[in-house]
Write a protein that binds this ligand. Structure first.
Ligand code: NAD
Length: 496
């Protein structure tokens, strides 16, 4: 199967100079080839978006909201089809793919309220018979660059707000699982979105760098790993663009001695191994505050033994394969690295039984205990089913550990002590905090974003920040002429 760009409301008909393989991670087989855009191909998409902008920026709020309502209906009606596309290229189990779509729908629903969200302020008689009001206007063509791990949800964190605010978009999804984006582009078209408002170009660094440098692209929303997020932020801002670049993570779950350890173990296993640990909000470090370590590690190990790993299309499977063979091998290398650094390999994912094709990109859930802060299994974002337990002596030591980490995406505290939880949410230097909630992804009417090396820029994704990011403010001071306004006055305008 050939997977190509979507430009100006239709599939691209050019001939690609380069392409990449797309795999079914559960079988290890190549299932398609995705075209990689060159700079001129990206230019073609930006031109289509720029031409569409002159009309779309003037589309009524009603028309824009109606498109979002229609997208919502279509996405709801066709979510199982999209979930199958996600599972076939990403590998996550079908129920998880459905969950991703459900969260994406929330972002569409938020944008259905665009007439309300774009209301400005109005001050009558700011000065005598002078009115002042604020409006927010779209930016123009915006670029969205997304990672492999949420091929539908992450694009949909941005597309609804960007489009509902009156912008036009060039989306560059991950080359590892590109089909979901094409599905979405066709769905928006079916929902009545005019041609050229949403374009998809596939590819790698060459396409991204052209988007970052193109003078007609006014803003970039990026989600991916920290080194690339930094590159995108620095290059995009150097080219005069507004950029929000969300990066990687190392999310800690602190378990205090008063916590219910069964619930904490359930949460650690769910948040550590869901989607094979390939979530930016996955828990990768459990911080066991003395004396809970031994009991908690025991309970986590018991639960891991019962996890069913295999082909995500089989209804009994709870965890699928890793996205590519290369990524699986990289994650595997941490098992040896952790052991040679002195951590205790409590559960070795290589021996987990697999309900799937032998050639799939498998690695079962893995648990390390007694992990040290200087070990690579602690310092690196592994992005796989590898959970580390770090033991600390006190609440204060836990906070110090989490705050010293370079990442600041998400964190959770498990406790029954309201005072401790309140202190934690106040003291912790992390953008999203869960209190007895292991994966605290904000609902769509808040915004999503980390601190420190997990986000470059000052706007978080979706919700109110999204509307702000995709618009720029203008303030109008207006006086309708009246004979009382006559007379020359060179003084600075004063309010009276
Ligand atoms: P990635 O950084 O490899 O790729 C992200 C995007 O950048 C893709 O579209 C890719 O084609 C492009 N890209 C890759 N290398 C590039 C280069 N050298 N120059 C320009 N563009 C390049 O990330 P990934 O492996 O697809 O996704 C996993 C990462 O994303 C993890 O680090 C995860 O934590 C992070 N992530 C973060 C969030 C968040 O909200 N903070 C959400 C999801 C994923």
């Amino acid at each position: 199967m050939r997977i190509t760009h979507w430009i100006g409301g239709k599939a691209w008909t050019g001939i690609a100079q380069r392409s990449g393989d797309v795999y079914d991670p559960a079988t290890g087989q190549v299932t398609g080839q995705v075209d990689f855009a060159t700079a001129p191909d990206v230019d073609e998409a930006v031109t289509a978006a720029r031409e569409a902008f002159s009309r779309w920026r003037n589309a009524s709020l009603t028309q824009r909201a109606n498109v979002m309502f229609a997208v919502r209906e279509l996405l709801n009606a066709r979510k199982s089809e999209l979930a199958e596309i996600i599972t076939a290229e990403h590998g996550k189990v079908l129920s998880d793919a459905a969950g991703e779509i459900q969260r994406a729908l929330e972002a569409v629903e938020f944008a259905c309220g665009i007439p309300h969200l774009l209301k400005g302020g109005f001050s009558e008689n700011a000065s005598t018979k002078v009115d002042v009001y604020s409006i927010r206007q779209p930016l123009g063509v915006v670029g969205v660059i997304s990672p492999f791990n949420f091929p539908a949800m992450v694009p949909l964190w941005f597309l609804p707000n960007a489009i509902a605010c009156g912008n036009t978009v060039v989306l560059k999804p991950s080359e590892k699982d590109p089909s979901a984006s094409n599905f979405l582009a066709q769905l928006f078209a079916e929902a009545g979105l005019p041609d050229g408002v949403l374009n998809v170009v596939h590819g790698d660094r060459e396409a991204v760098d052209r988007i970052l440098e193109h003078p007609d692209v006014k803003a970039i929303s990026f989600v991916g790993s920290t080194p690339i997020a930094r590159h995108v932020y620095e290059t995009g801002t150097r080219h005069g663009k507004r950029v929000q670049a969300l990066g990687g993570a190392k999310n800690h779950m602190v378990v205090l001695p008063d916590a219910d350890l069964d619930l904490a173990a359930d949460a650690a296993v769910s948040a550590g191994f869901g989607s094979a640990g390939e979530r930016c909000m996955a828990i990768s470090v459990v911080v066991a505050v003395d004396p809970v370590g031994d009991e908690l590690v025991g309970k986590i190990s018991e639960r891991i033994a019962g996890l069913r790993v295999g082909d995500g299309r089989r209804p009994s499977c709870e965890m699928g394969p890793l996205v590519t063979g290369a990524h699986r091998d990289k994650v595997l290398s941490y098992l040896d690295a952790g052991r040679s650094a002195g951590a205790k390999l409590v559960v070795d994912g290589r021996s987990h039984s697999i309900d799937g094709d032998d050639a799939g990109f498998w690695l079962g859930p893995t648990l390390f205990d007694h992990v040290g802060e200087d070990m690579s299994i602690y310092t690196d974002e592994i992005f796989g089913p590898v959970l580390s337990v770090v033991r600390v002596s006190s609440y204060d030591a836990a906070v110090e550990l989490v705050n010293a980490n370079r990442y600041g995406n998400g964190t959770a505290i498990f406790t029954n002590d309201g005072g401790a939880a309140r202190r934690y949410q106040n003291e912790i230097e992390i953008g999203m905090v869960g209190v007895n909630v292991a994966i605290p992804v904000p609902v769509s009417y808040y915004s999503f974003g980390g601190w420190k090396d997990s986000l470059f820029g000052d706007s978080h994704a979706y919700g109110p920040h999204g509307v702000h990011f995709f618009t720029r403010g203008k303030v109008v001071t207006s006086r309708w002429l009246d004979p009382s306004h006559g007379g020359v006055n060179l003084g600075f305008p004063l309010n009276s």
